[in-house]
Design a protein around this ligand. Structure first.
Ligand code: HEM
Length: 199
């Protein structure tokens, strides 16, 4: 007999995990973000992208150490959502923050180097999203796992993106790093190279 955690619950899980983005869109169109929707939505969309990146990084340790094996079924969904929220963040940047002004974007690229760290992270997430299908998994064979380890590089880029832009308020950078840095250290500790030389 199929239980709640079997296949057919996936659409409900996806719908639940999409509520933040739907709320942000609703809040935008109902005027809650005014007078400066670009500024506020940049932060909200970025924070939600971070939440999903952290969730992806938690998947393996939670499956391995907490034996929450059912979570591995949601790895792809959560990864794709991290990508979608990051893409939404980019869209907010282009449309609301930069007002689709090429001049604005070019001057930002010259004056705000932290944007490159964000773009690098998004590019990795795009590559992972494109290769997340079973067909690509088969085609890439052993390299698939290696490629998908790049999610750790994407997460490191996010940490750089946040600390690089800090002016006075470090709350978001600190909160996100408090999750990502230990998860990155755990990954390094688990790596065969580390185990070989330091254990
Ligand atoms: C194409 C990629 C990206 C671009 C162009 C970009 C651009 C920006 C810009 C311009 C800001 C500053 C907004 C302001 O002045 O208030 C910002 C903030 C932020 N970004 Fe990104 N970003 C990118 C990717 C990412 C990714 C992949 C993440 C997370 C997964 C992220 C998370 C954040 C967060 C949380 C903030 C708010 C930080 C704070 O206020 O302390 N960004 N981003």
């Amino acid at each position: 007999m199929r239980g709640f955690w079997d296949r057919e619950e996936k659409p409900y899980v996806i719908a639940l995990l999409l509520t933040p983005i739907l709320w942000m869109i609703y809040a935008l169109f109902s005027g809650r973000y005014f007078p400066d929707p670009g500024k506020v939505l940049m932060i909200d969309s970025g924070v939600w992208a971070c939440v999903f990146i952290v969730a992806v990084l938690c998947m393996s340790p939670a499956t391995k150490y907490l034996r929450l094996r059912f979570l591995s079924r949601y790895r792809r969904i959560v990864g794709l959502l991290a990508f979608s929220y990051a893409l939404f963040h980019l869209l907010v940047y282009l449309v609301l923050f930069a007002g689709l002004s090429v001049e604005w974007i070019v001057s930002d690229l010259l004056e705000k180097p932290y944007i490159y760290a964000g773009v690098s992270s998004l590019l990795i997430l795009i590559a992972l999203a494109i290769t997340s299908t079973k067909k690509m998994m088969k085609r890439l064979g052993k390299n698939w796992k290696k490629l998908h380890q790049c999610v750790y590089i994407a997460a490191a880029c996010v940490v750089a993106h946040l600390w690089w832009q800090v002016r006075s308020d470090i709350t978001i950078a600190l909160a996100v790093s408090a999750f990502i840095v230990p998860l990155l250290l755990l990954r390094i500790w688990q790596s065969p190279t580390f185990q070989k030389y330091f254990k």
